[in-house]
Design a protein around this ligand. Structure first.
Ligand code: FAQ
Length: 328
């Protein structure tokens, strides 16, 4: 520790940077305040590096695992065009994971270590992908409303402080905006279709609403990391602000389609803020810590892919003759 200065244990930011060189820390924070990007070889506090690895890695895992509930619908999507579009979307999501893992690698954690932490259950990934996609309408709600939530989060964070993450997010957001249009088109088709189609999409919305409300993270009152991440411009909006933005943009669109949001307390108050039933944060905690309906299945699929693909990675990484098939 530098000097003997007293650190108030209630000052979370000060506690997290205890031991850092105060001058370097001040210069780093001044750069962030000026809106400069921090690049991989620049000096950064240990906590900044640790927080970024945690967040980017979790984001990368979410893209990979997020491909699974929709991926199972590729062969069953109605019609050739929708099959093609869904295949392209799923491929994009996996590509996003590649971009994000590359960004996280610039901070010193290897891809192997990240994948290992995912398949052993050490790392988290987004709560929403631990729920089943029972019907085609579930896949449509994911593509519209989960992608909508992801865009709100990513457009904000793309203006953040860490260069490689922001550049990855810029590219991801461009692709996500196509996903959003694809998802919206699918939901409109169902909501304006036959009574059976309306019933399917209403049931899917009812199932997905609670996980979507959880998606933006715990309320600001109980969020652990928001304060330091906002200070260092890694997060550019609080969890509650993002939730409000989502409600503002999408509740009117959902209501326009005649769909019912399963929250009797949802309304905009006189100050223009959305009021809603407090999400069940105990359920959220259970799901992100491995106790959701599909956590075990999702990780088993990922582990299987990892094991079955090992020989390909080894073949690419080695000049070992046993993998080289002579041309006839
Ligand atoms: N799910 O202190 P906070 C997508 C954890 S991409 C699981 O508020 P923070 C694309 C958090 O890690 C979706 N865990 O955390 C797609 C922490 O746990 P820890 C992913 C969550 O970091 C679409 C604890 O709770 N997007 O969908 C969640 O300040 C369709 C306390 O929370 C990103 O990852 C959650 N929802 O804020 C793909 C964006 N929320 O580590 C396929 C980048 C919180 O202390 C199909 N991440 N936790 O044990 C972020 O912006 C932030 O990390 C938040 C959470 C906003 C998610």
């Amino acid at each position: 520790m530098y000097g003997n200065a007293y650190i108030d244990p209630n000052d979370k930011a000060a506690m997290m940077t205890a031991g850092e060189d105060p001058q370097k820390l001040a210069e780093f924070e001044a750069r962030i305040a000026r809106g400069e990007k921090i690049e991989p070889k620049d000096w950064m506090p240990k906590e900044y590096r640790k927080q970024l690895v945690r967040m980017i890695e979790q984001h990368g895992h979410s893209e990979i695992i997020g491909a699974l509930p929709e991926g199972t619908w590729i062969t069953r999507a109605p019609g050739f065009k929708r099959k093609l579009a869904l295949m392209a979307k799923v491929q994009d999501e996996v590509g996003h994971a590649q971009l994000l893992y590359s960004a996280a690698e610039t901070l010193g954690k290897s891809r192997e270590a990240m994948i290992n932490d995912l398949i052993t259950g050490k790392s988290k990934y987004s709560n929403v992908f631990n729920y089943p996609a029972y019907t085609w309408a579930d896949a449509c709600i994911i593509a519209w409303l989960i992608d909508a939530g992801a865009i709100i989060n990513q457009v904000a964070n793309a203006k953040g402080s860490y260069g490689p993450y922001c550049r990855a997010l810029d590219r991801i957001c461009t692709e996500e905006s196509f996903h959003l249009k694809y998802g919206h088109d699918n939901v409109v088709t169902l909501a304006t279709g036959t009574p059976k189609q309306r019933e399917l999409v209403q049931a899917a919305l009812t199932r997905w609403w609670p996980p979507i409300m959880h998606f933006f993270g715990p309320s600001d009152k109980i969020s652990n990391h928001t304060e330091i991440l906002m200070k260092w411009k890694v997060k550019m909006a609080t969890n509650d602000d993002m939730r409000q933005q989502f409600l503002n943009m999408y509740v009117p669109k959902i209501w326009d389609l005649g769909l019912v949001i399963p929250d009797p307390n949802l309304k905009k108050n006189d100050e223009g803020k959305w009021e809603y039933t407090e999400p069940d944060w105990e359920e959220f905690k259970r799901v992100i810590n491995g106790g959701g309906p599909c956590n075990a299945e999702r990780l088993a699929v990922r582990r299987n892919a990892e094991e079955r693909g090992r020989w390909v990675r080894e073949a690419l990484n080695t000049a070992d003759a046993k993998y080289i098939v002579p041309l006839a």
